[in-house]
Design a protein around this ligand. Structure first.
Ligand SMILES: *Cc1c(COP(=O)(O)O)cnc(C)c1O
Length: 410
């Protein structure tokens, strides 16, 4: 199987990402913070400039030429994204501000259909964005939050998940891939089991599309949320996919322009999908250029991407394990290209600061997963998260810089 995979042309790919080619503190930048946000290919940067220098106009409103051009491009981007994630129709692909916004939309809107005593299941490895909106919903409506525990490797305890499921379960909201641990969760199985008891399932896809193809119809999830900026597109834009009948059953999230059919002071009726959930002037350039980012991804061989990233992951882990006092946080059997670790006797922040001075950008801290840090009984980790444009040579520089940093601190 392996030998049929075409090798990724990493040099060519790197040449398409201008931010990668710079120095910080006189050292070549090594960007290992892709879990926080990804760099943008030239085509996306060009598309942003083109929109603002040629096509800028408000959408869905104008009779004039530019407004029609902008509207067409925005709706075309929606279709590109629909195809890429294999959603049945483009009206089920809602533009949002990002993953956080998408999850809040569901918590607020779908949440209004819930009542006291209804149960929502999340997991211990969730990002704050997939914890706090549900806590707020539970406070508003008296729902009950249940949290799937993880084992010491950072994998969900599926037997406990199954024991939580009952006819009280209304929603299961879990991450596809953990931003802190790299764990790839068995979401297909989770979706199937949740559906048996009639619960809906939201997948936090903030860390998935950049690493693998996702298929809404194959997954059969009810909601899927992700952010543009982590999939090589702009900040401030994201997508919430939803099943049509579920979205149709939900009340609007925000009121304003574009989401209405007719407004009078007596009664307002709402527009159809997707506009019902898209109040106000959106991030038009962001939406269009997220389409451009998907066009970029469409031209990549995702199997080759996967093989390359797995090679980086295995190499980084094996090199890290050679360093005294290192503890890897997140050692699931199925992992994406994220390594989180702590070094005995040092603080993650100090390591991160020293790495930065050597040109290596990593993230330190709790990664918006504070409860997870409590479970591992650590204040935070150093996290290196790799994208397809990273290389083994960069990992060598990182390992050398890390050893030097640890020696300085101990
Ligand atoms: C980044 C991230 C989020 C939040 O995404 P925003 O772009 O900040 O809205 C949610 N969940 C996971 C797993 C993430 O990695």
């Amino acid at each position: 199987m392996n030998e049929t995979i075409v090798k990724l042309d990493v040099e060519k790919i790197r040449s398409e990402f201008p931010t990668l080619h710079q120095e910080v503190y006189g050292k070549p930048l090594i960007y290992f913070d892709n879990g926080a946000t990804a760099q943008k290919p030239q085509s996306v940067i060009d598309a942003v400039a083109k929109y603002y220098s040629k096509d800028n106009a408000n959408i869905h409103r104008g009779v004039h030429h530019l407004s029609q051009v902008a509207t067409e491009q925005y709706e075309e981007a929606r279709k590109i994204i629909q195809k890429a994630i294999n959603a049945p129709t483009s009206e089920q692909v809602l533009f949002t501000k990002g993953t956080t916004d998408g999850i809040n939309l569901v918590a607020y809107s779908y949440g209004q259909l819930l009542k006291a005593g209804d149960e929502i299941i999340i997991s211990e490895m969730e990002h704050h964005s997939n914890i706090v909106p549900w806590q707020m919903l539970c406070e508003r409506q008296g729902c009950v939050l249940k949290v799937i525990p993880i084992n010491e490797k950072g994998e969900l305890k599926m037997d406990v998940f199954e024991s939580f499921l009952s006819d009280k379960t209304k929603l299961v909201s879990v991450t596809h891939i953990s931003n802190t641990l790299g764990t790839i969760n068995p979401i297909k199985e989770i979706i199937e089991k949740a559906h048996v008891v009639g619960a809906k399932v939201l997948i936090d896809g903030a860390q998935s599309i950049q690493h693998a193809k996702v298929d809404m119809q194959e997954l059969d999830c009810d909601f899927f949320a992700f952010s543009g900026h982590k999939v090589f597109g702009p900040t401030g834009v994201g997508i919430l996919y939803g099943k049509k009948e579920v979205l149709d059953s939900m009340p609007p999230y925000q009121g304003g322009g574009d989401m209405i059919a007719k407004v009078t002071f007596e009664k307002t009726t709402y527009n159809e999908l997707p506009h019902k959930f898209e109040a106000g002037t959106p991030n038009i350039a962001g939406g269009i250029c997220l389409g451009t980012a998907f066009e970029y991804l469409n031209n990549l061989d995702m199997e080759a991407v996967h093989a390359h990233e797995q090679e980086l992951l295995e190499y980084a882990e094996s090199e890290l394990k050679k360093i005294n006092g290192i503890r890897l946080i997140g050692t699931a059997d199925k992992k994406t290209s994220v390594v989180s670790f702590v070094v005995e006797g040092t603080h993650p922040f100090d390591i991160g600061t020293l790495l930065d001075k050597q040109g290596v950008a990593v993230r330190t801290g709790h990664h918006c997963t504070q409860p997870l840090m409590d479970i591992f009984q650590i204040p935070g980790t150093v996290r290196a998260s790799f994208a397809f444009y990273n290389t083994k040579e960069e990992i060598d520089v990182f390992i050398t810089a890390l050893k030097r940093s640890v020696n300085m601190l101990l």
